[in-house]
Design a protein around this ligand. Structure first.
Ligand code: UN1
Length: 509
């Protein structure tokens, strides 16, 4: 079944030059010590070589960590408002470079240009937000139980920290981690996804141009095994902040355990949109299309389940299919394209396997279901809709990370909440209703870090906490003020100005 219109595809020669890029360690651009390299290619046209990058290993990680540890000695003493000034400058540079970076992001990662601009905008928002913390980062003062004694709590940085970031928000997610890490006084080793090394390189270049001193930010390219694992095991990295799959997240957690590292894990989702019978159905369809097929379904927050009350099921289904049919696949820089490619061939094959699983489980394939060969030479998959999906089916339980959505009919609001919660993940849920009582009950009862009313499951803003419950995360929240809790420790300080020994809990009478 071919449900998509063909989009014109750019020729490889239109894409721009492909360069050779390096690691950035201790203020210097350098190749991997082992001399190996890997390639980054355009997922819309794999013949287009985006660039060649160092395939680093433990030796490069060790050098980067040593640089970060050395730089921490001075960086932690730079006043936070001064550290923030560098971030303000970076924010300004990201504004100036937004269009260029967005175009490179589409070329390397595949999301359509409007969304690529959104990715860079999220960087701008996050960098400015974190910079503001340079003059806040509030602690507490509190009375002492003793006379002539002063008590306060202050935030202190952790030291050298490791950030391991995914390809789906290849600049926004590094910014969620690195902007707060820097403003709070940490130094950083970044290992970006090997599918999107150019975008990560641009991020680091901008920080350097804004004035981040040598050793404070270090960039090491390469695979999870060769670069990620030595970071997880390195005794001098105090934190690993990871965003990616549950499978890798578990590995990260286990590997970090022996060195007692702080670990933050931001992992999978199986996000739902509930549509109740009183909902504005056209609005719900807009939200489902955007949530399910935006970023080609490759957001942790993507809508992958639509839980619909039976009385409006047929109506919603028909509207959704009609609209989804019209989505145009193609290269994200081309005019009029709604949906870009998925990131690589294994991702494409995984999505196709899930479609087979869904069919074998007895779900009804309404639309799509195939690799889209008419959209260009890259990794395209048709927007896919399954109907009459049972909540227990694998396509309703497991993260597919592609343009596949499952319609699950239910009788009631109560059943909808039960189905929405009946999964291992807890990142994002949405509900469409005009009933304020149901909306507030849903906000209370949905087990997810993000809840939307009359809006899609995607679209978090950086000044609110981002993260998930259950197997989506391990308790922290990124962005917002909560980012400070990730990158700092609390220190309680007591100043006794009585000039005598005062024993707490004893000399209190
Ligand atoms: C992700 O889904 O991986 O809320 C990150 C959103 C974006 C960030 C998504 N601001 O959809």
């Amino acid at each position: 079944m071919s449900s998509v219109e063909t989009a014109p595809t750019a020729k490889s020669t239109d894409y721009g030059p492909s360069g050779t890029y390096l690691n950035y360690i201790n203020g210097e651009w350098k190749p991997a010590k082992g001399g190996k390299t890997f390639e980054s290619r355009n997922p819309a046209d794999p013949a287009d070589l985006v660039g060649t990058f160092p395939a680093s290993d433990k030796a490069d990680v060790d050098e980067a960590v040593a640089a970060a540890v050395a730089a921490y000695k001075t960086w932690r003493l730079v006043p936070a408002p001064k550290r923030a000034e560098i971030l303000y400058r970076a924010g300004q540079l990201f504004i100036e470079r937004k269009e260029d970076y967005a175009r490179e992001l589409t070329r390397e990662m595949g999301k359509v240009i409007a969304e690529a601009r959104g990715d860079i905008q999220e960087v701008i928002d996050m960098v400015f937000y974190a910079a503001g913390e340079g003059r806040r980062m509030f602690g507490q003062t509190t009375p002492s139980e003793l006379q002539n004694k002063f008590c306060m709590s202050v935030r202190v940085p952790l030291g050298a920290v490791g950030c391991i970031t995914p390809w789906n928000f290849p600049m926004a997610i590094p910014s969620w981690k690195i902007a707060p890490a820097l403003v709070t006084g940490n130094t950083v080793v970044l290992k970006p996804a090997s599918d999107t090394p150019l975008v990560a390189t641009r991020f680091v270049e901008t920080l350097i141009d804004a004035g981040v001193p040598k050793g404070v930010i270090n960039l090491v390219h390469g695979s999870g095994r060769a670069v990620g694992d030595p970071m997880l095991e390195h005794p001098d990295l105090k934190l690993i902040s990871f965003t990616g799959s549950c499978e890798v997240g578990r590995h990260v957690n286990e590997r970090c355990a022996p060195t007692f590292k702080r670990v933050t894990l931001e992992m999978g989702g199986k996000n739902s949109t509930t549509v109740l019978e009183d909902a504005n159905l056209d609005l719900a369809v807009d939200g489902i299309l955007w949530g399910a097929f935006g970023t080609t379904g490759q957001r942790c927050t993507a809508t992958s389940r639509v839980i619909v009350q039976k009385s409006v099921h047929a109506q919603l289904r028909d509207k959704l299919v009609e609209r989804a049919k019209k989505l145009k696949l193609g290269y994200g820089l081309n005019e009029g394209v709604d949906v870009g490619p998925v990131i690589n061939e294994p991702a494409l094959n995984k999505i196709a396997e899930y479609v087979e699983i869904g069919k074998n489980e007895g779900a009804q394939l309404l639309l799509g279901g195939n690799k889209a060969t008419n959209a260009g030479p890259g990794y395209f998959f048709e927007p896919t809709i399954f109907d009459n999906v049972k909540p227990t089916m694998r396509i309703a339980q497991e993260e597919i990370f592609g343009p596949v959505v499952a319609l699950i009919p239910v009788d009631s609001f109560e059943e909808a909440i039960e189905v929405a919660n009946g999964i291992e993940f807890g990142l994002s849920n949405a509900i469409y209703t005009k009933d304020v009582n149901k909306a507030f009950s849903a906000m209370r009862d949905l087990e997810s870090g993000l809840t939307y009313v009359n809006a899609p499951t995607i679209g978090a803003e950086v000044h609110l906490p981002f993260g998930g419950m259950k197997n989506t995360g391990n308790g922290h929240r990124e962005a917002a003020e909560t980012c400070l809790d990730v990158f700092t420790e609390w220190k309680a300080c007591f100043v006794d100005y009585s000039n005598s020994l005062q024993r707490a809990q004893i000399d209190t009478d």
